[in-house]
Design a protein around this ligand. Structure first.
Ligand SMILES: [Zn+2]
Length: 257
């Protein structure tokens, strides 16, 4: 059991961490170390459409490979002149984006639909003023004919599995739970094999019904859970995986046979 002392301790640690972040002048951003000089046009579109607030970004130090959030003539860390995000910079980015949009006519529609579905928010992202033309195109872009990839479903499924594991329900147990038609109140034994979990039947039933109502049964199988977890982990840990628009992959098990 966690005592109140530990709770206070972790709060203090949290405050120290936050203070340290602000004293460095670096807002916590998953994209802080993404080399913006190497991004392709399509990756730029996804970065601009992300939760990343591009208007707060003013430069990039190639030596330290870090983004600058305040104007610096010389990088405060290494002393070299940083790349400043001026009109010329955005013109180059704009050319890359135009080429990407010519290459993939659906790009803007797909990225826009994915953003709207993920954040459940129809507002356009804040584009730099130099890319006003892109903002106009974004506004006009229609939803793609085919249903867009549902990022939100994968995040929600991974979060649910994480929470259920905290309640002592492994993935296998979750899958077992979905396959059972009746769950009586009280202690629940699956196939008379022993206690299913420490949770009472009425609680397990609620969990099962919530999962089925929210995710449906069709694609809730071991392979799907594996793909979702791998994909969500990679999206969270690797900013470039998000900017590349990576999709869940088949598990090594599924590709063997
Ligand atoms: Zn530097």
């Amino acid at each position: 059991m966690e005592g109140p002392e530990q709770v206070v301790g972790s709060d203090e640690q949290f405050l120290r961490d936050i203070k340290q972040i602000f004293s460095q002048g670096v807002p916590p951003s998953p994209y802080s170390s993404v080399d913006i000089l190497k991004l392709s046009g399509a990756e730029w579109v996804r970065l601009l459409a992300s939760e990343f607030i591009v208007s707060s970004l003013v430069g990039w130090c190639q030596t330290c490979e870090r983004t600058l959030w305040t104007y610096e003539i010389q990088c405060a860390q290494c002393g070299t002149a940083p790349v400043i995000l001026d009109d010329m910079f955005w013109e180059r980015v704009g050319r890359k984006i135009k080429a990407a949009l010519r290459h993939d006519h659906q790009l803007l529609s797909v990225v826009k639909a994915e953003r709207e579905d993920l954040y459940r928010d129809g507002r356009a992202p804040v584009f730099p003023p130099q890319l006003d033309w892109l903002r106009a195109m974004w506004t006009k872009a229609l939803r793609p004919a085919s249903r867009p990839f549902n990022l939100r479903r994968h995040y929600e499924l991974a979060n649910s599995l994480h929470d259920l594991a905290g309640l002592g329900l492994s993935e296998d147990k979750v899958l077992d739970l979905l396959s059972v038609s009746t769950i009586p109140d009280g202690k629940f034994r699956l196939n008379e094999k022993g206690l299913f979990s420490k949770l009472p039947g009425q609680f397990l039933r609620t969990i099962r019904d919530l999962l089925l109502n929210h995710f449906g049964t069709k694609r809730l199988h071991k392979e799907e859970l594996w793909r979702t977890k791998q994909w969500v982990n990679r999206q969270r840990l690797t900013p470039l995986a998000r900017l590349r628009g990576e999709r869940p992959r088949l598990s090594p098990l599924a590709t063997e046979g």
